[in-house]
Design a binder for this molecule. Structure first.
Ligand SMILES: O=C(O)CCC(=O)C(=O)O
Ligand SMILES: [Fe+2]
Length: 338
């Protein structure tokens, strides 16, 4: 199946904005507010934009891709030693077709690796029944993997925090509005590898089925293969979000749609790797503090308007979202402090 059969059209028709966020680090409120205004426009439209001026060193980006390629190119038996079935907190390797992002479509033609905040078993935050808290799994015989991924994880957490200050400005709120949300945030780094789209792909088979992201902000690094498509609701068609060197694709997840009563958009997207070669990408899902209460922001309700979503917490929201695309995770074996 090719892009035209799947109804995608080229980026010339509709483009996503490029936003230089370096102004967020300026001492001038005017410059910070200008970034906030650009974010506001993008969030009211598709909730998808290219982020430039982010300050993440290219060397760190290259190193993360290099370690990811090395891992995915290892024999399957080695990859399965860190299979996420061994983890009670969803960390480690996810085999090809291990997730179905689009209900009713074939499973996704991708394999992945989940990394989160590295909490040892004796950390007080590792409590039975709590979601995604615990240690990472690390592949043996790949000494660069852990330090590079943890450095990249820290850089993404910092970028997520900076962007949340911009989001507050964009919503006409004090810059520190989301400070409680970003305290001890949960983040998920996800290494992804997509084989080329097979010539004999099943109907509707894709690298990643159409979905919206679960969390707050997604910071996506893609290689130069292309393949990310974003839904354009005005024309009910798919546009290509081709990679732009030096940028991240940033998109809003369902949590921000909840906060803003859908004024800010969590937009459907999908991946079809038609490059004819391997594709690698590294999304980072910035989801905030698990205990934080997510409810409609008062300034996102007009007079008489009701919130569309119930009040929830970051953790409860995420649990519900994971259940949508995975069967339940195994119960924790030894995290028994509750
Ligand atoms: O690989 C990509 O470019 C996008 C992946 C994605 O949308 C996701 O993991 O949520
Ligand atoms: Fe996504």
């Amino acid at each position: 199946m090719n892009a035209s059969m799947l109804g995608a059209r080229s980026v010339e028709a509709v483009t996503l904005p490029v936003i230089d966020i370096s102004g967020l680090s300026s001492s001038s409120l005017e410059k910070r507010a200008a970034v906030g205004e650009a974010l506001r426009q993008a969030c009211l439209d598709k909730g998808f934009f290219y982020c430039a001026g982010h300050g993440i060193p290219q060397g760190l980006i290259d190193a993360a891709f290099a370690e990811s390629r090395v891992f995915f190119n290892r024999p399957i038996e080695e990859k399965l030693t860190v299979d996420k079935v061994h983890s009670f907190c969803n960390r480690g390797y996810e085999h090809m077709r291990g997730q179905t992002l689009e209900a009713g479509a074939p499973a996704d033609l991708k394999e992945g690796y989940y990394i989160g905040p590295d909490l040892p078993m004796d950390d007080p935050r590792v409590v039975a029944g709590r979601f995604n808290r615990g240690p990472n799994q690390w592949p043996a015989d790949q000494p660069g993997f852990r330090p590079v991924m943890m450095a990249y994880f820290a850089a993404m957490t910092d970028l997520g925090e900076r962007l949340m200050r911009g989001m507050a400005l964009s919503l006409g709120l004090p810059e520190n509005h989301f400070d409680a949300f970003v305290r001890e945030p949960l983040g998920t780094l996800r290494l992804l590898h997509y084989p080329p789209q097979p010539k004999d792909a099943a109907p509707n088979e894709k690298g990643a089925g159409a979905h919206t992201d679960f969390g707050g902000l997604t910071l996506l690094l893609q290689d130069d293969a292309g393949g990310l498509q974003v839904h354009d609701s005005a024309s009910d068609s798919w546009i290509h979000a081709d990679p732009i060197p030096g940028t991240f694709v940033v998109n809003l997840g369902d949590m921000i749609a909840r906060w803003t009563n859908d004024r800010y958009r969590s937009t459907l997207h999908r991946v079809v790797n038609e490059s004819g070669r391997e594709r690698y990408s590294i999304p980072f899902f910035f989801v905030g503090n698990p205990d934080h209460v997510v409810e409609c922001l008062p300034n996102c309700l007009s007079a008489g308007e009701q919130p569309k979503y119930s009040v929830t917490t970051v953790e409860d929201h995420l649990k519900a979202m994971y259940q949508r695309t995975y069967t339940p995770a195994p119960a924790p074996a030894s995290a028994g402090k509750a």
